[in-house]
Design a protein around this ligand. Sequence first.
Ligand code: TXA
Ligand code: MG
Length: 338
Amino acid sequence: MGLALSRKSSEDKQMAGPPHSPGVEDAVRALRAGELVGLPTETVYGLGADASNELAVRRIFEVKGRPSSHPLIVHLADAAALDAWAVDLTAPARALAGAFWPGPLTLVVKRSALASDAVTGGQDTVALRVPAHPLALEVLRRFGGGVAAPSANRFGHVSPTTAAHVRADLGAAVACVLDGGPCAVGVESTIVDVTTASPVLLRPGGLATEDIERCLGGPLRSPDASSHRAPGMLAAHYAPRAGLLLVPEAELERVARERAERLRVGVLSRKALSLPPEVRVRRLSGDLAEEARSLYAALRELDEAGVELIVASVPPTLGLGRAVADRLQRAAHHTPQI
Ligand code: TXA
Ligand code: MG
C-alpha cells in the first residue's frame, strides 16, 4: 500500500474512532516489519509476531520474560492452512479442526518445516489454532502467514481479556494493541494433542471437553508418561499478585470474615454474603460460561484494589467450569498457607 493511501486511511480512522486507535492495517504492517502486536482473540488477547521471523519470535520470549523452552501457538486464518504447517495428520486432527475452527481449540500436531525451532521450542510438534474473532481473522487473512502468539501478559501473570489489560502489562513493548473489546470466552483455548489416534487433553480451556468428546465419539485421554506435555503449564501460572485460598462454597463467608481480621481480603462469590464493608466482594454469576468470561478481569480488579488474599470456591467441573476450576487451582497452588 502506498504511503499516501495509508496515511489517509489512518486519518480517516482517527476521525471515526478514538484518537490513535490502531486498525487492522497497522497490525499487519507491524507484523510484516517484525514488530509485536497485541491481538484480540475470543479467548484472551495474544502477543503476536510473524511466526516465520525468528528474531520477532525471540522478541516475544524477551518481552514476556518467558523461557524459550515454552513453545508458542501459531494462529492461522483457516483450517486449510493445517496441511502447510503439519505432517502426518491423523483422523481426529482433521475431524476436530473441521468441527471447531475457528474457535477456542488448539491442536498439537507433527510439525512441517514451516514451524521453526524458535516457535516449537525444538519439539517435533507444533500447536495450531484458528481464532474466532473477526479482527484477528482479518489480520491473519491480510497478513497471509502464521502468527505466533502467547497470551499477552507478563510471564506467570493473569491473561489479558481487554486491550487495557495488554497495555497495562506490555504496553511499552508492542507496536500496537488492536482493541477488539472484552474477550467473549475469557479463558485460554483447550489444547488437545492429536498426534495419535487417541487424542490427549493437555489443557482444559474455552471449548468444553464434552463437545470434543462428542465429536470424537469417545473420551479424551489424560497425559501420561509417554504423551506430549504442554511445557510451561506450571502451577504458578495464571496467578494474581494476591494470594488465593480455595474453600468449599459453604465456608466462604466464615473464612473470609476470619482472614479479614488480619489481612485485606477479597472474595469471589456466587451468592450475596454478609461481610464487613472492608472486604471486597466480586460476584460471579454461577453461569459457567459467564464465570469463564469474567474470571481474569475479576482477579485483576481485586489485585488493583490492593487485596492481599482472595478467598474463592471452585465451580462444578462441567462445561467451561473445568477450565475455571483448573485456573483457580493453579493460582491457589502458588499461595503459601496464609
Ligand atoms: O487461547 C489461547 O490459547 C491463547 C490465545 C492468544 O490464542 N494463547 C495462549 O498461549 O494461551 P500461551 O502461550 O499462553 O499458552 C500456550 C500453551 C503453553 O502451555 C504451551 O506449552 C502449549 O500451549 N504448547 C505450545 N506448543 C506446544 C506443543 N508443540 N506441544 C505441547 N504444548 C504446546
Ligand atoms: Mg499464557
